[in-house]
Design a protein around this ligand. Sequence first.
Ligand SMILES: Cc1ncc(COP(=O)(O)O)c(C=O)c1O
Length: 370
Amino acid sequence: MTTFRNTWVDIDLDRLTSNIKILKKTSGKSIFGVIKANAYGHGDIEIARQLERLEVSYLCVSSLDEAVHLRNHDIKAPIMVLGYTETEHLSIAINREITCIIPSKEWLEEALAQNNMLDRLKLHIKIDSGMNRVGLKTISELKEVIHIARGHNLNIEGLYTHLSSSNIEDGAITKKQIEKFSQFKNSAEISFKWVHTSNSDAALSLGELDNISNAIRCGIAMYGYSTFEKGLDPILSMYCGINQVKKLAPGDQVSYSATYTAVSHETIAVLPIGYADGLDRKLQGYEFIVNGVACEVVGRVCMDLTMIRVPDYTTSKDIVEIIGKFGDAAKMAKYLQTISYEILTSISPRITRHYLLDGKVVKISNERFD
Ligand SMILES: Cc1ncc(COP(=O)(O)O)c(C=O)c1O
């Protein structure tokens, strides 16, 4: 496939494989790969295909839309919607073999009232163990849900919860949540095929503390990031070419609102990437790499373009590294006072994605051309 804009990301599928090996080895549990939000910006279809090859136990997404998108692209692996599914859409989940969650007793009652084929749907009960988002809040609610489910011969395949603070090293909140979740599990009086509590940071740090579950739901660590140093490798790098190289005289100003003024004779490069591609508008002052040299973003990031100050010898044939080994998404996130999740999920679909195996591009993907 040919695309015409010189801005792209490389996604190294071998690194995805080795990150998953680390997660498996460290946790000793089955992998549920979290590929919501377009696989954290990496492209859900190609990441799903690689995870299928790696035989992960589940692909997790946030909505029925995301799940159907995967099925429409011939993804056959088990898929689970981690978010809330409106009960009127459950027949779609049944027909497309998509697992849903029970977020509350009310939801289950409504679902049963609307759909007489619910026994064909795989369901995981979500426990709210302290995050106060989606999920059952009391043991009595869990008991009622299980009673109703038994009465209707439902396939309750799993029990799970989500941890709010697995990135915090002292682990006090996590410990409390796991203790609470254990009480729920012990009072359930049925057994589950899958019990899952840990996200990436928990999977890499809890060890024996999470001896209650048999699977981990990992997102960010598959893509190479974690609070904990475990030898993961970021799988995505972002690059662009240079549209124009320009000379500035002292006093020349750059971009909207003229927030940068050249103090001497300077050279800048105009790059084909902007905030509509997911590059944050607050990146003025951050550095990209050209020929191994750090080059400062000067002036405001525009919708489609960004300017950087470059050495005089820079030409329009040079390549700019925006995210890569000199500056990964965690470094950019730190500069922007956010998290690598936001940097990655912000990468817009209009950026072409190159997928690599053995160092070679095996697939080029861009939603507009696919
Ligand atoms: C319910 C649930 N489980 C698992 C994950 C994966 O988290 P992480 O990317 O930290 O591994 C998320 C991500 O937000 C989530 O919402």
